[in-house]
Design a protein around this ligand. Structure first.
Ligand SMILES: Cc1ncc(COP(=O)(O)O)c(C=O)c1O
Length: 285
């Protein structure tokens, strides 16, 4: 039997106060929840709009389950890409004002997929130091030379961009940062990306559904088009109250992702039909 020092590792985690335990939730996501059998006020959920337990969304889920069943049976690239998934992609494209959208089963997978599809060893990736872990992992997986600029510090980013000799450069940032809720300076990022011929990707997981007209996110709020920010990513597991994620951009970006992302070999959940009812609200909504 191999020795992985599991006991010792747990002791160390415990001594360093890094031992983790999961609490058990006995109620739906809502402000007053039952946690480990005790009533608690919830301040840690990302269900920003209270949609995770909304009656209309629940009922859309039930109806979709009656028509399509529960499991997708196979990945999107085999036969798991159903009509409601396609409709959701089309409605999200219209909602975000971008030519095409591609669904992923999680935001983590979307970030791994898009960054490793765009970059290879020899390319350069510039990330805000406080980006979400999935963007950092995506950078590692891509094999690109990967640098973290100081949080929100455009001077620090510019110095790094100036020094880089890489042929392909990508700047990736959270739109709204998950820990403190502060926001990236989008206009400055767009300017730098143009000046240094770098691509720009915004992970709008925490803005989507909350910020901009009808919750269309920080890019729509600031009037940034696909030309300004070619890659937008957002999740459906936060304000949209369900699960899954998407990348939005040009036709050619999405066709490239479909052709190369191994993450599309993962199964989709059945989040499609319920999200459609949220995304189909009119522009003024
Ligand atoms: C900024 C950001 N990006 C990506 C993700 C990953 O999304 P998912 O939970 O759908 O994998 C999260 C989730 O916490 C996030 O906060």
């Amino acid at each position: 039997m191999m020795n992985f020092d599991l006991e010792e590792r747990l002791e160390q985690r415990s001594e360093q106060r890094l031992f983790r335990q999961r609490v058990i939730l006995d109620s739906p996501q809502k402000p007053e929840a039952m946690v480990d059998g005790r009533p608690c006020l919830m301040f840690c959920s990302n269900d920003y709009l209270g949609l995770a337990n909304h009656p209309e969304i629940r009922s859309a889920f039930q109806q979709a389950a009656n028509v399509y069943g529960i499991g997708s049976g196979a990945s999107a690239l085999i036969n798991g890409h159903s009509r409601p998934h396609r409709q959701l992609e089309e409605e999200l494209a219209e909602f975000t004002g971008r030519a095409r959208v591609l669904l992923f089963s999680t935001g983590y997978m979307a970030n791994l997929g898009v960054i490793s599809a765009l970059l290879s060893p020899g390319d350069a990736l510039f990330q805000d130091r406080l980006n979400h872990a999935s963007l950092l992992d995506a950078g590692r997986l891509s094999g690109a030379r990967f640098q973290r600029y100081l949080h929100l510090d455009m001077g620090n980013l510019e110095r790094r961009l100036k020094k880089s000799k890489a042929r392909r450069k990508l700047i990736a940032t959270d739109g709204v940062f998950s820990m403190d809720g502060d926001r990236t300076p989008l206009a400055e990022l767009v300017k730098l990306s143009r000046q240094y011929q770098a691509g720009l990707m915004v992970d709008d997981a925490h803005a989507f559904g909350c910020i901009g007209k009808g919750g269309r996110g920080s890019l729509k709020e600031g009037g940034f088009t696909t030309d300004d920010v070619p890659v937008m990513m957002a999740t459906l597991g936060k304000a949209f109250g369900t699960a899954g994620a998407f990348v939005a951009g040009s036709e050619t970006l999405i066709e490239n992702l479909i052709s190369v992302c191994p993450q599309l070999y993962l199964y989709h959940g059945d989040a499609a039909s319920d999200c459609r009812s949220v995304a189909s609200q009119p522009e003024g909504g």
